[in-house]
Design a protein around this ligand. Structure first.
Ligand code: NIG
Ligand code: FE
Length: 412
């Protein structure tokens, strides 16, 4: 047993956890001041005000005077399994090339695919586990990881097998997404439908057979895949038991959001460019919009219009998009700060978006995302801070004292 005592503020306390919070409800972050939290066998078993703290002699005790305890970040969109880096392209962009121009010249996703194809599964695992450990220590306590830098049958399966190995070896819950339709590889240039057919006929059956993924994704964007391609992939995924979670509206709005909603996508992600029609398509649906502000920051592209979306009653989740091209950072603390600074979300809204709504965007809302009895004891203890607003305010500093997964302190 583990008992955390004298917590200055216990955040995101939900006796009866909703699946997600939307619209005006995002402004409320239920909390208890001067609180305790009790953990047993990896789960939250009790919490409340200190005056009701049970007297337990056989529990390990931690004093959290002056500190905040909150559920771990739920990062519902990452690509942390990749090989090598792309800082050369970063410099090319500084010198004036655009992200799209780099991709059109064989850089971008194809550059990462070339590196990954030449990397052994052991090496890929070693590179990826470092990033997983890094994000855990920054407070992430549930994560989704995509394939999509393989672009051949062997390399896509290699990525998914690495994700499976990570699932087996770490306490953090991980969801895997098949993103074979991330870009059209050189070998299929001019034959996009041939590539999609290969994904559907040759890779999806193996994924289903070996239970290698829960979700299916596609990059729905001008120059990549059309709305028609997106519908084809979402339907194929569903036939193999995979739920859609898609990349849409990063640079242009071409109707992918509506298509995602129509096909009951669990989430639609990026959304830097949103028309009124896209917002209307999400109204009344259970598809979670996911914003990736670190990507906007790194590429200097617009931020998802969070204010407009939440004020129209929508839910919103926040995730990192950690990947070598558009977001070489997996820091959810920075994401929360950036959402407040650049997207005008309040700290309460941003923390709801980065916990309970992120959990929903990867089907983990019954396991993580709030301080609720029966959920996993995945939480962050902050350093001594003044208030919750201090966390996003002092951007660039994480203020993390320690992180726990299944009630175990994480050290690497
Ligand atoms: O989510 N937009 C598509 N895919 C990734 C980045 C791909 C890359 O540049 O490597 C993203 O931003
Ligand atoms: Fe992404």
């Amino acid at each position: 047993m583990l008992l955390i005592k004298n917590i200055m503020t216990l955040l995101q306390v939900r006796d009866d956890s909703p699946q997600y919070v939307a619209g005006p409800a995002m402004k409320t972050l239920p909390s208890i001041d001067h609180a305790f939290l009790l953990v047993d066998e990896g789960k939250i078993v009790d919490y409340g005000e200190m005056e009701n703290c049970p007297k337990i002699s056989n529990a390990e005790q931690i004093d959290a005077t002056g500190k905040i305890v909150l559920p771990s970040w739920c990062d519902s969109h990452t690509h942390i399994v990749y090989a090598g880096n792309r800082e050369g392209e970063f410099v090319d962009r500084i010198n004036g090339m655009t992200y799209q121009e780099i991709a059109e010249n064989g850089g971008g996703i194809l550059n990462s695919a070339k590196k990954l194809q030449a990397t052994s599964i052991e090496d890929l695992y070693d590179q990826s586990k470092k990033r997983l450990e890094e994000v855990i220590l920054m407070g992430t306590g549930a994560v989704e990881i995509k394939s999509g830098y393989g672009l051949t049958k062997d390399a896509e399966l290699k990525m998914l097998r690495v994700i499976k190995m990570l699932k087996e070896n770490y306490d953090i819950p991980i969801k895997a997404t098949f993103l074979g339709a991330h870009a059209i590889p050189q070998e299929f240039k001019g034959n996009k439908l041939g590539y999609l057919a290969m994904l559907i006929e040759e890779i999806l059956p193996v994924i289903a057979e070996e239970s290698l993924a829960e979700y299916i994704d596609i990059f729905c964007e001008k120059g990549y895949f059309t709305v028609e391609d997106t519908e084809l992939i979402m339907e194929a995924g569903k036939r193999f038991g995979l739920t859609p979670k898609i990349h849409v509206n990063q640079f242009t709005s071409i109707g992918g959001v509506g298509a995602g909603v129509k096909h009951s996508a669990l989430s639609v992600d990026h959304l830097e460019v949103m028309t009124d029609e896209d917002i209307s398509a999400l109204e009344g649906s259970d598809t979670m919009p996911v914003a990736l502000p670190s990507c906007s920051f790194f590429l200097s592209i617009p931020y998802t219009p969070a204010r407009k979306m939440i004020d129209r009653g929508l839910a919103l989740a926040l995730a990192t998009d950690y990947n070598p091209g558009s977001t070489p950072s997996g820091n959810m603390n920075f994401v929360v700060s950036t959402a407040c600074i650049k997207m005008k979300m309040t700290p309460e809204e941003a923390i709801n978006a980065a916990t309970i709504n992120g959990a929903y965007a990867m089907g983990l809302e019954n396991e993580v995302g709030s301080i609720t009895i029966g959920k996993r004891a995945n939480f962050i203890i902050t350093e001594k801070v003044n208030s919750l607003g201090f966390l996003p305010y002092s951007f660039g500093k994480n203020h993390i004292d320690s992180v726990y997964l299944n009630g175990k302190k994480q050290v690497f």
